[in-house]
Design a protein around this ligand. Structure first.
Ligand code: ATP
Ligand code: MG
Ligand code: MG
Length: 554
C-alpha cells in the first residue's frame, strides 16, 4: 500500500496542498443514504475516504444522507455503522443531514427573500414539459415571478404540513436555458408527509440531494467531497448553491468524482438488493450470496481481504466491471495467512483400518497453520474407522491417480501410511466400506524410516466415532450472467442462478465442536469455511467461503 503511485484523487489533494491549502484543513466524509445495507461498491468508497483520512491524518465523518423519510430506517443506520466498524475504520463524527434541516430551511428562506427561489405549484408533469431538451431552452414556469410574500407564506405552509404531497415545490431560480439541464430551476424542496426516522413529524418538506449535500459538506468543513461519476453534471449546481451561502474564510468543499465499482456475477444497487430480499430470492440482506458487506462477512470474507481488494482495484475515472475472482483471490490470500487448518469430510465413505485394534484410539499432533508458526498444534483422534472423501478412492486407478486404490499406498494427513486392500459393496454395487491396512511405524513426525517414506498422495480424514456432524452450505454464484445489470431490456432477476445453494452434511474433526459463529477455517484440501450464525447447541452450520483455487471457467 505504501509504495503504490498516487491515485488521481490523491493527486488532486497534493496539488491543492502545493497551492497552499492547509493540511490541517483536510476533511473527508462517507455519506451513505440509510435506505439499505452497504454493498461491495460502498466498501470501495469507504476504503477511499477512510484511506485518505489515514494517509493525511485527517478526520473522516460518517454522514447519513437522510433526506428522504419514505425510504430510510434506523435498522439501516445501525447496519451501516456495524459494517464500517467491522471493516476496521473509525469515523470522527457521526452526523446526519437531518441535523441541518433548520439551517437549510433558513438559507432557503433567505433565497426567497433574495429572489433566487420560488414556489412552483404545477404538477411534476407540467414542470417536466417545460424543462426543454439539452438543445432547446426550457420555458419559465408561470409561478416563476411570484412575489416574495406569497412565496414565503406558501413555503411556511409547506413546512407546516398544510398541503398535500405534490402540490408545491421550492425551486431555485437559476437559468431555464442553461445547457446543463440540472441548472434549469432545480427543485430544492418537496413535500413529504411522512415521519422521519430522526425528526419525527417535525418536517413536512425535505431537501433534495443537490441542495442538502453540498451544504452539509460546507457546514461540516469537508474539503474534498468525493462521489461517483453520475454526479459529474451535478457539480455545477453543487458549486452554484455553495456560491450563494459561502462566507469568505471558511473551507469551500470541492466535489470530485470517481467511477462506481461494479462486480461481476452480482448487482451493486441497494434498490436491487432490496428486491432480492423482499422477493425472497435470498434469506436476507446478510445472505452469504449477497454482495452486501454483511453478506460477505457472513460468508467468511475477512475485513482485511475487502480492504486489500479495494486497494488492488484502486479507483478509476471510468466505470468498469471488476471480475469477482479478483475479490476471491484477495479473500484466499488473507485466509491462507490466518485461517487454522482442520480436517473435514464432506462426501464421506467409510475406511476401515483392518489391522488397527478395535476399540483403540490415539490422539495425533496436527499443525494448525503452516503459514503461521505462532498458530501452534492441536490433537486429532485416530481410530480403526475413518471417513474419507468418496472421490479420494477408486478401486482400480491408473498411475496418475495419486489417491487411494487397491494395492496402492497413500498417507493419511497427520497420521499413517495406509494401503488399499479391498471393498465391501451392497447388492447394487455401491461401496459401503473400503478396507485398508496401516503401517504402524509410519506415523507422521515420528522420524522413523517408515515415516519418511515418500508416497504420492496425502488424504484428509475424520475418525468415525469422534466425528462431529455439521450442516455445510455450499454456494454458487447468485447470478449466472457476468453482468446481470448490463442489459436495460432484461430484468436482472432473469439471470438469477436457480441453483446457488447446496446444503450437505459434513463430518468434522472434534476440535470444531465448540467453534463459534464467525470463526474461519481451512478444511484441508477443500476450501475455506466459516461458522454461520445459524449455529446453535444442536447444530453446527458452516458456510463455504471460497475454494482453495479459482476453478471458475472464464
Ligand atoms: P445505491 O444505488 O446502491 O443505493 P448510492 O450511491 O445511491 O448507491 P449511497 O448510500 O448514496 O448509495 O452511497 C454512499 C457513497 O457510496 C456515495 O458516495 C456513493 O457514491 C458511494 N458508492 C455507492 N455505490 C458505489 C459503487 N458501486 N462504487 C463506488 N462507490 C459507490
Ligand atoms: Mg446516493
Ligand atoms: Mg441510492
Amino acid at each position: 500500500t505504501e509504495e503504490r503511485s498516487l491515485n488521481f484523487i490523491e493527486q488532486i489533494i497534493e496539488e491543492d496542498l502545493s497551492k497552499g491549502f492547509p493540511k490541517e484543513g483536510l476533511r473527508f466524509r462517507f455519506p451513505p443514504e440509510p435506505n439499505g445495507y452497504l454493498h461491495v461498491g460502498h466498501a470501495s468508497s469507504i476504503c477511499l475516504n477512510f484511506g485518505l483520512g489515514l494517509r493525511y491524518n485527517a478526520p473522516v465523518n460518517l454522514r447519513f444522507d437522510d433526506t428522504n423519510p419514505a425510504k430510510e430506517e434506523q435498522e439501516y443506520v445501525d447496519a451501516i455503522k456495524r459494517d464500517i466498524e467491522w471493516l476496521g475504520y473509525t469515523w470522527d463524527k457521526e452526523l446526519y443531514a437531518s441535523d441541518y434541516f433548520q439551517e437549510l430551511y433558513d438559507w432557503a428562506v433567505a433565497f426567497i427573500k433574495r429572489g433566487i427561489a420560488y414556489i412552483d405549484s404545477q404538477s411534476s408533469e407540467d414542470m417536466a414539459k417545460q424543462k426543454g431538451t439539452p438543445s432547446t431552452p426550457g420555458t419559465d414556469s408561470p409561478y416563476r415571478n411570484r412575489s416574495v410574500e406569497e412565496n414565503l407564506a406558501l413555503f411556511e405552509g409547506m413546512k407546516n404540513g398544510k398541503f398535500a404531497e405534490g402540490t408545491h415545490v421550492l425551486r431555485a431560480k437559476i437559468d431555464m436555458s442553461s445547457s446543463n439541464m440540472l441548472m434549469r430551476d432545480p427543485i430544492m424542496y418537496r413535500i413529504i408527509n411522512k415521519p422521519h426516522h430522526r425528526t419525527g413529524n417535525k418536517w413536512h418538506i425535505y431537501p433534495m440531494y443537490d441542495w442538502a449535500h453540498g451544504e452539509s459538506d460546507y457546514l461540516e468543513g469537508v474539503s474534498h467531497s468525493l462521489c461517483t461519476l453520475e454526479f459529474m453534471m451535478h457539480r455545477e449546481l453543487y458549486d452554484w448553491f455553495l456560491d450563494q451561502v459561502y462566507t469568505e474564510g471558511k473551507t469551500r468543499p470541492k466535489q470530485r468524482e470517481f467511477a462506481r465499482r461494479n462486480l461481476s456475477h452480482t448487482v451493486v444497487s441497494k434498490r436491487k438488493l432490496l428486491q432480492l430480499v423482499q422477493e425472497k430470492y435470498v434469506t436476507g440482506w446478510d445472505d452469504p450470496r449477497m454482495s452486501t458487506i454483511s453478506g460477505m462477512r457472513r460468508r467468511g470474507y475477512p475485513p482485511m481481504a475487502i480492504r486489500s481488494f479495494a486497494d488492488t482495484i484502486g479507483i478509476a475515472k471510468r466505470t468498469n466491471l471488476v471480475d469477482v475472482s479478483v475479490l476471491e483471490f484477495c479473500v484466499r490470500e488473507e485466509l491462507n495467512k490466518t485461517a487454522p487448518r482442520v480436517m473435514a469430510v464432506l462426501d464421506p465413505v467409510k475406511l476401515i483400518i483392518t489391522n488397527y485394534p478395535e476399540g483403540q484410539e490415539e490422539w495425533l499432533e496436527a499443525e494448525n497453520n503452516p503459514e503461521d508458526e505462532s498458530a501452534g498444534f492441536r490433537e486429532v483422534p485416530f481410530s480403526r474407522e475413518l471417513y474419507i472423501e468418496q472421490e479420494d478412492f477408486k478401486e482400480s486407478a491408473n498411475s496418475k491417480f495419486f489417491r487411494l486404490s487397491i494395492g496402492k499406498e497413500v498417507r493419511l494427513k497427520n497420521a499413517y501410511i495406509i494401503k488399499g486392500e479391498g471393498v465391501v459393496k451392497d447388492e447394487a454395487g455401491n461401496i459401503l466400506e473400503i478396507h485398508a491396512t496401516y503401517d504402524p511405524d509410519s506415523k507422521s513426525g515420528s522420524g522413523t524410516e517408515a515415516s519418511m517414506r515418500k508416497v504420492k498422495g496425502t488424504l484428509h480424514w475424520v475418525s468415525v466415532p469422534h466425528a462431529v456432524k455439521a450442516e455445510v452450505r455450499i454456494y454458487d454464484r447468485l447470478f449466472s450472467h457476468e453482468n446481470p445489470d448490463g442489459d436495460k431490456e432484461v430484468d436482472f432477476k432473469e439471470y438469477i442462478n436457480p441453483d446457488s445453494l447446496h446444503i450437505i452434511n459434513g463430518y468434522l474433526e472434534p476440535s470444531l465442536k465448540s467453534a463459534e459463529a464467525g470463526e474461519r477455517f481451512q478444511f484441508q484440501r477443500l476450501g475455506y469455511f466459516c461458522v454461520d450464525k445459524d449455529t446453535n447447541a444442536e447444530q453446527l452450520v458452516f458456510n463455504k467461503t471460497v475454494g482453495l483455487r479459482d476453478t471458475w471457467a472464464k
